[in-house]
Design a protein around this ligand. Sequence first.
Ligand SMILES: Cc1ncc(C[n+]2csc(CCOP(=O)(O)OP(=O)(O)O)c2C)c(N)n1
Ligand SMILES: CC(=O)[C@@H](O)[C@H](O)COP(=O)(O)O
Ligand SMILES: [Mg+2]
Length: 634
Amino acid sequence: MTPQIPLKLLNKINSPADLRLLREDELPLLCSEIRQFIIEVISSNPGHLGASLGAVELAVAIHYAFNTPVDKLIWDVGHQAYAHKIITGRRDAFHTNRTYGGISGFPKMSENEYDAFGVGHSSTSISAALGMATAARLLNGNNEQHIAVIGDGAMTGGMAMEALNNAGVSNTNLLVILNDNGIAIDKNVGALREYLLDIVTSRAYNKLKDKVWKMMGGNTSYGKNSRAVVKQIGNALKSTILNKSNLFEAFNFRYFGPVDGHDVVRLTKLLHDIRNIPGPRLLHVITVKGKGFEKAEQDQILYHSPGMFDKTTGEIIEKPCKSLPPKYQHVFGKTIIELAEKNPKIVGVTPAMPSGCSLNMMMSVMPHRAFDVGIAEQHAVTFSAGMAARGLIPFCNIYSSFMQRAYDQVIHDVALQGLQVVFCLDRGGLVGEDGPTHHGAYDLAYFRAIPGLTIAAPMNEAELRHLMYTAQLDGKGPFVIRYPRGRGLSTDWKKPFMEITAGTGRKLRDGEGVAILSIGHPGNFAAEACDILQRDGILAGHYDMRFLKPLDEQLLHGVFKKYNRIVTVEDGTINGGLGSAVLEFMAAGNYQARVVRLGIPDEFITQGKPEELYALCGFDTDGIVRTVRSMLNS
Ligand SMILES: Cc1ncc(C[n+]2csc(CCOP(=O)(O)OP(=O)(O)O)c2C)c(N)n1
Ligand SMILES: CC(=O)[C@@H](O)[C@H](O)COP(=O)(O)O
Ligand SMILES: [Mg+2]
């Protein structure tokens, strides 16, 4: 439900055109109404709170100062764009944010004309904006403005650097707004972070900034002499910022800032003034993640995406969870510490997701052996390869969908050289509310194509633990373990370590006529389906394949000899995954059987609760039961 809070100004805003009718002095009130609205809605329908609270003034100022949607606004990652959504015609739909059938949690081109470019993954905005600006120049003579808004975390991503490098010599009109709140999901890391901190905290710099401000008469109208003034500012900055030259100027960008990103009136004026300066420009804006909501400002990591919370106090509303099994990520976090205590060769690597994948546990007890390398999946993989080349055993934990970024590095730097890197792919399968940008749909299929990889998917937490143990044993080579977001089903996961021989599946139950072959967590849906079918007298055999590569061929020979109806179940794309591997095995062995493949179909799956999406794809318990029944009836 849309909340019933007084929204004197916001209720009048159905598009940025309405926004532009407001007086400048009304903008602060509008921002505070938007902030209230976001808090109210996200408290009961969870989403990305902190980043969006920090970008309210930015969204308002940009739409106020620019002629969107003719001018193109491109958000990076897009998790900070709730204010943008709300003022671009989606206020009344905002309560459906991230739900099945509702609006997306990220900008999405097909959803709204103001979403100039779809996002979800990090560090794409400058490339996309540069591409669009280049197209505009070629097609219609450069009449439109292109604005990329990118966070300090996203700016550490390789793509952002590649784009700056290209943009700086492109002579294209492009405004990059660096939304610097000094944090990513977790603490931002790396030399760039330190550089930005230097700029912002340098007292010498701030003094200089005040001087320049006075020099310009205390207003932002650069007037006729804009070039000269800007050049003066640039030269002064160069010599002042801790004797370092300005990084962005080194990329041929004109640098402005840093400015207070919550002073909406000043921000609006400034944007207006730099709007028509030609060429690549970068405006450095300082914001506070969680701005305006005390708890979210205090604990910015927790309130990045806090789940449900009390809209007044900010207290997190925890569901009772005493007897719940642990999340897979926590099993990873605890197990890597146990293994690393015994095996000094083990190190941990994450590209900017320490709390998301639980490597933060190892980082706090073994800080010298656990590395957050920033939003840099490609680097994370090759950095791991380097360590493996010198004899360490890196556990490189990357969300499945973000691993798409580093496919070449896995092939070229790890697999081709047979290096023992253990890839733990968290968030394999359908992740839920983040939707198609974040579903880990392709990993099984894309990794199956690579020679020399061992690919495993545990059905439960205990198996994850055993697989992690197995992967770090001597001589294992590159090893992929993929598991889903959220909780498994077993509370007694902490069993003594046991090696699981690569390429061995296990029979879970015998059947007649029909067998189910599953891999990973959906094996639990298959087990439940078998129970339901058995109550109707249908005995379905069930095998947990555990490994996609190497396949357990001995087990498969047994299955094809015994059953002539086979259902494969996986939470990855059907194209190229377990089902495809089983079909290839059947063809090679000249077996005759009817095989139905359940998994993610050849389309992008929307957002929603995981259960809704499993059902949509047809590999939930009911879907498996239906499939088996219909196979037996045909
Ligand atoms: C390729 C990729 N890796 C990781 C992520 C996960 N991720 C989403 S937001 C974020 C932090 C971004 O930090 P910043 O750009 O500073 O934005 P803020 O949340 O501070 O506004 C990360 C690591 C992602 N979306 N895409
Ligand atoms: C925006 C983004 O990419 C992350 O915040 C992502 O939503 C995290 O997903 P999890 O909630 O699965 O950690
Ligand atoms: Mg940030």
